[in-house]
Structures are given as structure tokens and as C-alpha cells.
Ligand binder design. Structure first.
Ligand SMILES: *[C@@H]1O[C@H](CO)[C@@H](O)[C@H](O)[C@H]1NC(C)=O
Ligand SMILES: *[C@@H]1O[C@H](CO)[C@@H](O)[C@H](O)[C@H]1NC(C)=O
Ligand SMILES: *[C@@H]1O[C@H](CO)[C@@H](O)[C@H](O)[C@H]1NC(C)=O
Ligand SMILES: *[C@@H]1O[C@H](CO)[C@@H](O)[C@H](O)[C@H]1NC(C)=O
Ligand SMILES: *[C@@H]1O[C@H](CO)[C@@H](O)[C@H](O)[C@H]1NC(C)=O
Ligand SMILES: *[C@@H]1O[C@H](CO)[C@@H](O)[C@H](O)[C@H]1NC(C)=O
Ligand SMILES: *[C@@H]1O[C@H](CO)[C@@H](O)[C@H](O)[C@H]1NC(C)=O
Ligand SMILES: *[C@@H]1O[C@H](CO)[C@@H](O)[C@H](O)[C@H]1NC(C)=O
Ligand SMILES: *[C@@H]1O[C@H](CO)[C@@H](O)[C@H](O)[C@H]1NC(C)=O
Ligand SMILES: *[C@@H]1O[C@H](CO)[C@@H](O)[C@H](O)[C@H]1NC(C)=O
Ligand SMILES: *[C@@H]1O[C@H](CO)[C@@H](O)[C@H](O)[C@H]1NC(C)=O
Ligand SMILES: *[C@@H]1O[C@H](CO)[C@@H](O)[C@H](O)[C@H]1NC(C)=O
Length: 751
């Protein structure tokens, strides 16, 4: 018997009984996204199942003219609806591009019913840090789009972190901590995820505004309600044990330890205080936390996300200690909710594999003696899986997750073989594998490889990617009447090159070196999580882009197609980023090999070319709002209900994507190729570098000296709330930008 059938007995129905018909949420989705066909669908739940069981659907078009969607859960209905819309009507809904479902004029008739069953009970979505890298400043409208996207793609188990500061604040106030003591602990709006992990505490550049906490809490109420309406069981936060330092003022004898230092942050902002889960006050806080959450959102879930040692080393490696901590955790959670299931990211076992030996992992997981009370997210299954070495987490149920990228970096990238073949192999090999999911740090693009894994959750054998890409393209550019062959060829070229990385020394979305602090060394050929290697022939990228661009001339309707526009900008971005590399190499070679008499002038000449390429990139990015710094900054500003907090929110938004910390603790980790960021941040950095090279003998070159001067300027940029306005210049469409860019750089693109 597979584990999920055991689980299904243990897990009670997570969806709150509502007075409206059970399918109202999915009907409302149709009303929102394809209103002209609102009456044309008939949804029916047959043989209802609870979360934790296999979902099945049947879509048919009987004679009454309606499209009939039957399934055993709301998630099954949403997935069936999606299958029909994508495969038969050839329309979809996308990140960035938004809703394209309403392009269907006539609903196609089916000659035979569409039917399918999930091969895993859970389809999971989000990484704790996605809520900072991607959705930190989202509006309700952004969330609505995201939640419809998720429901249609069959996701039934998403993280739901928003607004939790309200709960934290209340439980801390309840035990007598003052607002200032609490604010010393809470991090800023762009950095909450790492506060949730206990990596950081407190806020630099300003304090988290209480008004912002309240507005996020109101947002979360809507998010959770909508998740439930759409058949998703939210994974809500639980109290993880991180507390304000002033805890010992109110609990003088409390059992606490100082957590570890994270990423060289100054002590004021890290070394979070961790309360021992065996301390009776831990259970008191956990109960209060869960009770407040249930009061706010209803009895909507049994799933709680709880990470204590994510990039934090436990106070002790003693296996008894580790077992005690997790047992204390588990018992406190069960005291708060008898049905609780503890969801944990397995990232710690990857990121600190030196600490987390198998015996420590076994001890920590073993503290929870009922396996079904935990659910482990194997966070980077496509590149750094941990389930094999831990013998499937010693029997704990687990989810095969695709992490794909870090910090919302923006390279085109995929591992199409691994995300189709490996989850199926894992399912045959591990009886406690109960779900597939997406755990990207940021929803950065590359949507096709996220869709691919979610569809794999309903397909028993590895998906044939050639046919999959073809069908995906057909739906992607819907609304253009015909899709020129060049587009199919372009995407198939990308499929076998850019999207087929198999060299796992570089195992995630690549970063463009133009986004890094300039240096004569160390930029190229980086491997790991932020690789700068290009694991394909750059000429293939140019070829795909050239074909894709040609399609616009073949079918000019494409110029007005938002999906085509977005993808053309994204591909142009990648081509220009790749073209930057040989110019950079020329610059360094010229610097190293020129005679002293020639050096300054040859460095300045090549430097000018490098800067000019960056201006071309900025112009390309400027043509689409999703590639603009101003979009991110104005979202940050408008996320605040009070005007006074807006400059701080903009500072937060700027700091996350650049210095990431008060003085550049993890500088450029979450870098972006965005118009306005290229022109106001990366270009000045490269200009300063070129000038430094032109005026410094190679023997005198000192990277630290250069960076020290640079940092002063970078710190000013954080506060320069007028810089975002710089990219509010006239917007030219990509159609009008590209001819000039191509003319200028033809020789560099080499085609
Ligand atoms: C929450 O709902 C579940 C499933 O319906 C039920 O078993 C449980 O008793 C409820 N919990 C509370 C506190 O009402
Ligand atoms: C519902 O369950 C019954 C009893 O197991 C079965 O006969 C019937 O075929 C099921 N209906 C659907 C639509 O799956
Ligand atoms: C934790 O570290 C902070 C900062 O260094 C210090 O003030 C505090 O006393 C430490 N607490 C414990 C329990 O060691
Ligand atoms: C673990 O908990 C047990 C029982 O509460 C206790 O006796 C033991 O000292 C603890 N061990 C460690 C290392 O904390
Ligand atoms: C199957 O599982 C075993 C035990 O966990 C592991 O040693 C082995 O590598 C796995 N095989 C594959 C193909 O993942
Ligand atoms: C991906 O690359 C691998 C290794 O080079 C190769 O064996 C495989 O055929 C490629 N797959 C596709 C779909 O291009
Ligand atoms: C898939 O990932 C595993 C690591 O889990 C690696 O060993 C294997 O080589 C990868 N396969 C491909 C085709 O990339
Ligand atoms: C994989 O990438 C690394 C680092 O770029 C490189 O050294 C190695 O040769 C590559 N391996 C293969 C098989 O291409
Ligand atoms: C490093 O990258 C550059 C540019 O991509 C390439 O020309 C060079 O061969 C690489 N060097 C090594 C050692 O891989
Ligand atoms: C340029 O010189 C630096 C410093 O001497 C050296 O580290 C680097 O490898 C050289 N690079 C090239 C491309 O010659
Ligand atoms: C930026 O603003 C913050 C908060 O007002 C201030 O503390 C800091 O000194 C400013 N930094 C610079 C470089 O102006
Ligand atoms: C602020 O940014 C604007 C626009 O990029 C720039 O013109 C100005 O010089 C910057 N000011 C400072 C103090 O850096």
C-alpha cells in the first residue's frame, strides 16, 4: 500500500464547510477569467476525496452544449478545466502576461472525454523566500492572478506566509514585550522570509511599519479564503521558536540559545535568539499562535510550515539534543492542533551537509515518532536531492521539488530531462514520495519548465518534451491567428540547448556577469547556484532569438501579443547578456597586455563599447514594464497604506536587489536585469571600473580598494529615491528598439 492511502485516513478534510455550493470557487474563477463562457461549464464533484488522496477528473462535451467537468476534488476540477483550455482550446494564463483564457471565442467540442488522475496526492508551491523575492509587494490583484494560475495547474498545497507578523506581534505583546522590543526583532518588508527562518532579525534603514503589518494581514485573509475556495489547502506558519532578545526580561528563567551567525551579518541583525522547544513557554506560545491564526482564517488546514535550522546551525550536534528539539516541536504543535502536520524544507541537509550527517538527520526526524505527522520538502530534487542519502527521509512523507533558480535571477535555463525522468524514477523507488512541487526562490520566468513538472504530476511516464514544447507554444501565443513555424523551431532549439542542462556543476538559473561587481578576475565560469557559465553554445541562443524575431515579420499580429513581446524581450536580454562576455574579456586582455602608453586609451575605447552595450540592453528592457526597476519600486511604494513609510519601502526594494544587507552582506545575490537598474546601478559601476583600470597600473590593481570606493556610491544609491524616476522616460516598443540594437551589434551577435 502506498503511503498516501495511509495518509488519507489520517488527514481529515481540510476545506471548511461553506454554505455556498462546493464548486462556487471554481465557477467564480471561470467568471473572472473567461466571463463570456461563464454559463457554458458545468462542474460536479463526484465521490469527493480529502486532500491527501489521488485526484481524478473527466471533461466531456455532451449534447446539452455545456462543457462538463467532473472530478473528485476542487483541485481535480480546476486541473481538468485547465487541460481542456490548454490542450483543446489552446489558451492559458501566465505569470507576467496574465490572463489569456478569455481569447476563446467558441468552446471546442470533444470527440472523446478527457480524463486523468494525479500520480501523487500533493502538488506543492512556493519557497519561503519566494514571498520576499517575488511577492513582497504584491497587490490583491497580483495574488488573484497567481492563485488562479496555481489552481488551474493543479496545485493543492501552497505555502501561505503573508501577514504573519500580525500573529507574531500579538503573541509577543501577550507575554508583555513592548512594541520596540518586538520591532528590534522583526525585519523589513523585503527581508521577512529570512526573519521567518531565524537567519536575521531587526531591520536596517528603518523599522517595519505596523500599518504595513496590518495591511498584509488583511491581504492574507483574502489569500487564504481564495485558496480554500479554489481547492488548495494552505500551509500556514507555526511558531518556530525565534523570539526578541528581550524575551528574558519577561521570562527571566526561559531556556534560550543564541542562534548562529548568518552570512557575516553584524550581530545586531543575526544570531537570533532561539527558545528551547522543551521549555513549557514554547508550547504556550505555539498554542496562542495557532489559536490566533485559526480565529483569523478559520479551521482551514492541518499543515504548518516550521523551519528552525535552515542555514542556521543548531546549538549542539548532539543527537539527543536534536531529537529532543524536534520532539518538543512536534508535541507543542500537536498540543495546538491535534491534527497538525509539520512541513519542513529539507534545504538544510543540502546547504549544510557537513553538519547534517545521516545520524543527525535521523535523530532530528526521529524525534517525530509518527511519520505521517511530518512532510519534508526535498527542495532541490533536480540537482541536489537528499532523499536517496537519507533513505527517503527515514520514512517521512516527502515532496519532490524543483528549485530551479536562486534570488530571482533572470537567465534562461532548464533541466528538462531531470524534471521529467527523475521524479518518475523517484516515485518508483520511494514509497514515501507523496508530491511534486515548485520551490523556486523567485518566480523569475522560464515558465515552461515549471509547467512541465506540474504536468508531470498527472503523467505516469516521463513527458515527451518535444511534443510538450510544441503544444505549450501553441497555447502561449494564442490570439495571433497563426503561429509561424519559426516560433516552434526557436523553442525547439531552446529545448535541446538552453533548457537541457545536464552538467550539474552549474545547476540553476545563470546570472549575467554584468550584474556583478566588476573585477579583472572571478566573474566568468562560476559554477553552483548562481553560475555564470553558459552550458550551451551561445550561437544556439542567437539562432533561436533570430528565428523568434523573424516570426514577428511573418505574422505582424505578434507585435501586439503580450506573450510574444515578453519572450522577445527576454530572449534579447539573454543574447545581449551573452554578448557582454567577449567584450569584457577584450577589456581585461587589453588592460593586462597593453603597453603603459596605450593602456588608458585602449581600456577607454573597449570600455565605451561595453557601456554602450549596456545602454542597448537598458533600452530593450525598458520596452516592457516587467523588465523595469520602476515597476518593482512603485509596487513597493504603493504597498504602504501610509505615505510616510514609502521612502523606507523603496529603500527596502532597492536594497534587496543590490546590497542585500546594510552594507552589502550578500551583494548582488538577488540581482536583476531590469531597465533603470542597468542604467542607474550597473552602468555607473562599470564606468567606475573602466576609469579605475585606465588610471591604475596592473601592478597597483587592488580589488579591495576599488570596491571600497564603490561601496560608498552603492550606499548612496540605496537612498536615492529619485533614481527610479529616471526610467520613466519615453517607452519605445521592442519592435522599434531592436532594429537599431541589431544594426549596432550585428558583428558581436555573429550571425
Ligand atoms: C478542524 O476541522 C477538522 C476536519 O474537519 C476537524 O477534525 C477538527 O476537529 C477541526 N478543528 C477544530 C479546532 O475545530
Ligand atoms: C463513484 O464511486 C462509485 C462507488 O465506488 C463508483 O461506482 C462510481 O463509478 C464512482 N463514480 C465516478 C464518477 O468515479
Ligand atoms: C546573544 O547575543 C547577543 C548579542 O551578542 C547578546 O547580547 C546576548 O547576551 C546573547 N544571548 C545569549 C543567551 O547568549
Ligand atoms: C533530552 O531530553 C531528555 C528527556 O527530557 C533529557 O533527559 C535529556 O537530558 C535531554 N538531552 C539533551 C542532550 O538535551
Ligand atoms: C533508490 O533508493 C535507494 C535507497 O534510498 C537509493 O540508494 C538509490 O540510489 C535510489 N535509486 C535511484 C535511481 O534514485
Ligand atoms: C540533453 O543533453 C543530453 C546530454 O548531452 C543528451 O543526451 C540528451 O539527448 C539531450 N536531450 C534533449 C532533449 O536534447
Ligand atoms: C539529474 O540529477 C541527478 C542528481 O540528482 C544527477 O545525478 C543526474 O546526472 C542528472 N541527470 C541529468 C540528465 O541531468
Ligand atoms: C561541466 O562544467 C564544468 C564547469 O564549467 C566543466 O569543467 C566540465 O568540463 C563540464 N563537464 C562536461 C561533461 O561538460
Ligand atoms: C571561461 O568562460 C569563457 C567565456 O565563456 C570561456 O571562453 C573560457 O573558455 C572559459 N574557461 C574555462 C577554463 O572554462
Ligand atoms: C589579467 O591580470 C590579472 C591580474 O594580474 C590576472 O589575474 C588575470 O587572470 C588576467 N586576465 C587575463 C584575461 O589576462
Ligand atoms: C540612507 O538613509 C538612512 C536612513 O535615513 C541613513 O541612516 C543613512 O545614513 C543614509 N545613507 C546614505 C549613504 O546616505
Ligand atoms: C540619484 O539618481 C539619479 C538618477 O539616476 C542621478 O541622476 C543622481 O545623480 C543620483 N543622486 C545621487 C546622490 O546619487
Amino acid at each position: 500500500m502506498r503511503l498516501y492511502s495511509i495518509l488519507s485516513c489520517a488527514i481529515a478534510l481540510g476545506v471548511a464547510a461553506a454554505s455556498s455550493p462546493p464548486t462556487a470557487g471554481i465557477e467564480a474563477l471561470v467568471q473572472r477569467r473567461l466571463p463570456q463562457h461563464a454559463g457554458a461549464f458545468e462542474f460536479r464533484i463526484v465521490n469527493a476525496t480529502a486532500i491527501g488522496e489521488i485526484d481524478s477528473y473527466t471533461v466531456s462535451t455532451p449534447r446539452n452544449g455545456k462543457v462538463q467537468v467532473e472530478g473528485n476534488s476542487l483541485s481535480a476540477l480546476a486541473t481538468g478545466l485547465h487541460r481542456y483550455l490548454v490542450d483543446v482550446a489552446h489558451v492559458d494564463i501566465y505569470w507576467y502576461i496574465g490572463n489569456r483564457l478569455d481569447l476563446v471565442s467558441k468552446l471546442p467540442h470533444l470527440s472523446a472525454p478527457l480524463t486523468s488522475s494525479s500520480i501523487v496526492p500533493y502538488r506543492y508551491h512556493f519557497n519561503t523566500v519566494t514571498t520576499s523575492y517575488t511577492s513582497a509587494f504584491w497587490t490583491w490583484e497580483d495574488w488573484e492572478l497567481q492563485l488562479d494560475w496555481m489552481a488551474l495547474r493543479g496545485i493543492n498545497l501552497p505555502l501561505a506566509w503573508i501577514g504573519v507578523e500580525k500573529i507574531f506581534t500579538e503573541i509577543f505583546q501577550e507575554i508583555g514585550l513592548t512594541d520596540n522590543e518586538i520591532l528590534d526583532f522583526l525585519s523589513g518588508p523585503a527581508f521577512l522570509a529570512w526573519n521567518h527562518f531565524g537567519n536575521i532579525q531587526g531591520s536596517w534603514g528603518g523599522s517595519l511599519p505596523f500599518s504595513w503589518i496590518d495591511s498584509q494581514f488583511e491581504l492574507q485573509k483574502k489569500i487564504v479564503r481564495r485558496m480554500v475556495e479554489l481547492g488548495m489547502t494552505p500551509i500556514l506558519p507555526a511558531f518556530p521558536g525565534f523570539v526578541p532578545r528581550a524575551i528574558s526580561r519577561v521570562f527571566p528563567d526561559v531556556s534560550i540559545v543564541n542562534g548562529s551567525t548568518w552570512e557575516a551579518f553584524p550581530t545586531a541583525y543575526t544570531d537570533d535568539t532561539f527558545m528551547d522547544p522543551l521549555d513549557p513557554r514554547f508550547t504556550q506560545l505555539q498554542k496562542s499562535f495557532i489559536a490566533k491564526q485559526t480565529a483569523a482564517y478559520g479551521n482551514v488546514t492541518k499543515f504548518y510550515t516550521l523551519d528552525q535550522f535552515n542555514e542556521n546551525n543548531p546549538f549542539s550536534g548532539d543527537t539527543d539534543y536534536l531529537r529532543n528539539v524536534s520532539r518538543g516541536n512536534w508535541q507543542a504543535l500537536k498540543a495546538a492542533d491535534t491534527n497538525a502536520i509539520w512541513v519542513m524544507q529539507g534545504w538544510l541537509f543540502t546547504s549544510n551537509s557537513a553538519f547534517w550527517t545521516n545520524s543527525r538527520i535521523e535523530a532530528y526526524l526521529g524525534g517525530v515518532s509518527v511519520d505521517e505527522d511530518m512532510l519534508i520538502l526535498d527542495l532541490a530534487s533536480e540537482s541536489q536531492p537528499q532523499w536517496q542519502r537519507t533513505n527517503s527521509y527515514y520514512g517521512k512523507p516527502w515532496v519532490w521539488c524543483e528549485i530551479h533558480g536562486y534570488g530571482g535571477n533572470m537567465g534562461l535555463y532548464g533541466q528538462i530531462m531531470n524534471i521529467t525522468e527523475n521524479p518518475i524514477a523517484a516515485l518508483h523507488n520511494s514509497t514515501s514520495l507523496v508530491g511534486f512541487g515548485l520551490s523556486m526562490e523567485g518566480q523569475e520566468g522560464n515558465e515552461i519548465v515549471y509547467d512541465l513538472l506540474l504536468d508531470q504530476a498527472w503523467t505516469e511516464t516521463p513527458i515527451d518534451t518535444e511534443a510538450y514544447f510544441h503544444d505549450w507554444v501553441t497555447a502561449r501565443y494564442a490570439g495571433s491567428n497563426s503561429i509561424p513555424d519559426e516560433i516552434y523551431t526557436a523553442w525547439d532549439t531552446l529545448r535541446t540547448t538552453v533548457y537541457n542542462n545536464t552538467n550539474l556543476t552549474s545547476n540553476a538559473v545563470p546570472k549575467s556577469i554584468l550584474e556583478l561587481i566588476p573585477s579583472t578576475t572571478g566573474l566568468l565560469n562560476r559554477t553552483g547556484h548562481h553560475p555564470t557559465t553558459i552550458n550551451y553554445n551561445p550561437d544556439d541562443m542567437v539562432r533561436a532569438w533570430d528565428l523568434f524575431y523573424a516570426a514577428g515579420f511573418r505574422n505582424p499580429a505578434l507585435w501586439f501579443n503580450p506573450a510574444y513581446d515578453f519572450d522577445l524581450v527576454d530572449m534579447s536580454r539573454q543574447v545581449l547578456a551573452n554578448a557582454f562576455i567577449p567584450i569584457y574579456q577584450d577589456l581585461i586582455t587589453a588592460y593586462n597586455t597593453s603597453s603603459s602608453a596605450q593602456r588608458a586609451s585602449s581600456v577607454r575605447t573597449i570600455g565605451a563599447k561595453l557601456i554602450s552595450l549596456l545602454y542597448s540592453l537598458d533600452a530593450v528592457l525598458q520596452s516592457n514594464p516587467h523588465f523595469r526597476l520602476s515597476t518593482w519600486l512603485s509596487a513597493a511604494r504603493s504597498s504602504s497604506p501610509t505615505k510616510t513609510a514609502q521612502d523606507f519601502l523603496e529603500y527596502e526594494a532597492r536594497n534587496q536587489i543590490t546590497l542585500w544587507g546594510p552594507t552589502g552582506q550578500i551583494s548582488d545575490y538577488a540581482s536583476k536585469s531590469w531597465a533603470g537598474l542597468v542604467s542607474s546601478y550597473y552602468i555607473p559601476r562599470w564606468q567606475k571600473f573602466v576609469e579605475y583600470l585606465a588610471t591604475t597600473e596592473p601592478a597597483e590593481y587592488n580589488q579591495q580598494t576599488f570596491q571600497k570606493g564603490l561601496l560608498e556610491w552603492e550606499l548612496q544609491w540605496q537612498n536615492n529615491t529619485s533614481a527610479g524616476k529616471a526610467d520613466e522616460k519615453t517607452v519605445t516598443s521592442i519592435q522599434n528598439v531592436l532594429p537599431g540594437v541589431i544594426k549596432q551589434w550585428e558583428e558581436v551577435f555573429s550571425f
